[in-house]
Write a protein that binds this ligand. Structure first.
Ligand code: LLP
Length: 453
């Protein structure tokens, strides 16, 4: 059984488009993230088509997967971008994205991030508070560059998703309460270096149905009308991202009916619709490949059986952080002749020293040892949330393009990890109290040796 979309089984091996995933694992090692170019393009085109002739633009939410090759793919598709840091902006520019197509969201924009974004001429600042509006106005005046502004309104609607990724309730830190928005718009209008152009919201992520998004839209439209009454005309409305995907047995978000509802609600208005989808575009076309290391079957009926793999919570934190379900599939059975093992329920766990380090729990799989596993739905919020916890290097990333594949990020080495610490170790020691520790000396000796080699 495989998941459809870019996946199929051929010779009993799981394929992504025209590529055998076991060959990819042999070529690049494990753990490795693999993404399907075709799936991303297909989903982008599907969402775009759902909006039809409505004046609209899709701004890919970079945070979902910020690999440069993925960003370049979106730039080639003509997408805009939604960013939340100067780092994401740099990535977009390096990947060839047009700064004018960039929306800058986030509650904590630093002064220097604002200055950088003003200098490169981004499309819009999605302002989240009065204090941020003042800071933006100061910077814009200082640089004498007018700042295009939208105010992120918190529409106080329940996106009915996991509390950590729900953002549109009044108790969430995001956006400006609807009641305060009008006054803020008036303040912005009166500032010489602020150019009020839009209104935005983003109520949460992994939203199953369009209902809450359409409720948010109505709240925003009421505000748009109110603003028009006081002479503030907006040119765009940005409804954020949030479209959910099918990780397991969820109903698929109905993009076509969402598109139709948006068209109905906006036809006849002189407002361009912007969306900021992340997960919907990249989640389903990605897998994390991981190799089984050890089996620890329980010897009692009600005990837990563990399958220890070489990927861990540092590679994919979603199960530990949001109790997220990712389907897991055996890519290829182990070598012919391996003794058949009856399926049993396994917790698929990593090598990290935490009981929260699991990729999946209670999965019925026929495992013998050494199998290659594909963790599905890993294209969004996977690699971007990876860390070096337990001094584990981050995974490689591979892009499948039809029947070819190429590495788009090399596996991290220990050298990559310790690079930022070595400079400090190599500083001349002024006093014995500052002397490097034993381990530090070893590290610095090893580096010196590496350098000589
Ligand atoms: N726009 C803004 C302002 C956002 O904050 C987000 C996501 C998006 C767009 C894109 O949302 P999407 O279309 O991907 O749902 N790490 C979590 C998800 C965090 C989402 C944060 N904001 C996870 O792994 O589920």
């Amino acid at each position: 059984m495989s998941k459809g979309g870019p996946f199929s089984r051929n010779n009993n091996r799981l394929h992504m488009d025209g590529c055998d995933l076991s060959v990819i694992a042999e070529t690049y090692g494990t753990p490795t993230y693999v993404y399907s170019r075709n799936d991303i393009v297909h989903r982008y085109e599907r969402l775009d088509a759902a909006l039809g002739s409505l004046d609209h633009a899709l701004h890919y939410a970079v945070k979902a997967n910020s690999n440069l090759s993925i960003l370049r793919l979106f730039a080639d598709l003509g997408a805009g971008f939604d960013i939340v840091s100067a780092g994401e902006l740099e990535r977009v520019l390096i990947a060839g994205g047009d700064p004018k197509s960039v929306l800058f969201s986030g509650v904590g924009k630093r002064r220097e991030e604002i200055a950088f974004a003003l200098k490169v001429g981004i499309g819009c600042f999605n302002v989240e508070s009065g204090a941020e509006l003042d800071r933006l106005a100061d910077q814009a005046a200082l640089l004498q560059r007018p700042a295009p502004v939208s105010i992120r309104v918190n529409p106080n609607v329940d996106a009915a998703t996991h509390p950590y990724i729900s953002t549109g309730l009044k108790d969430n830190k995001f956006g400006v309460p609807q009641e305060q928005a009008l006054a803020l718009y008036e303040r912005a209008r009166d500032h010489a270096y602020l150019d009020v152009i839009g209104i935005d919201c983003h109520i949460g992520s992994q939203i199953a149905e369009s209902g809450p998004l359409l409720d948010a839209l109505q709240n925003l439209l009421a505000l748009v009308d109110r603003l028009a009454e006081v002479g503030i005309e907006l040119s765009h409305l940005d409804l954020g991202g949030g479209l959910g995907v099918r990780y397991h047995n969820e109903t698929e978000f109905d993009v076509e009916s969402y598109g139709a509802a948006l068209r109905r609600a906006l036809t006849g208005r002189k407002l361009k619709l912007l969306l900021e989808p992340g997960r919907f575009l990249v989640a389903t076309g990605g897998v994390l490949l991981t190799r089984l290391q050890y089996l620890k079957p329980s010897d009692t009926l009600d005990g837990k059986s563990f399958a220890v793999v070489d990927a861990a919570m540092n590679d994919l934190i979603r199960p530990a952080l949001y109790q997220a379900h990712h389907d897991i599939e055996i890519v290829a059975a182990t070598a012919a002749g391996a003794e058949e093992q009856a399926p049993r329920r396994w917790d698929i766990v990593g090598p990290v020293c935490e009981s929260g380090d699991f990729l999946a729990q209670n999965r019925t799989l026929a495992l013998h040892g050494g199998e290659l596993l594909a963790v599905h739905g890993a294209g969004a919020y996977g690699m971007v949330q990876a860390s070096n916890y337990n001094s584990r290097g981050r995974a490689a990333e591979v892009l499948v393009e039809g029947d070819s594949h190429r590495r788009i990020r090399r596996r991290e080495t220990l050298r990559d990890q310790i690079e930022h610490e070595i400079d400090d170790l190599e500083r001349p020691v002024d006093s014995p109290a500052d002397a490097p520790t034993h381990t530090a000396s070893i590290a610095s000796a090893a580096t010196a040796q590496e350098r000589r080699a």
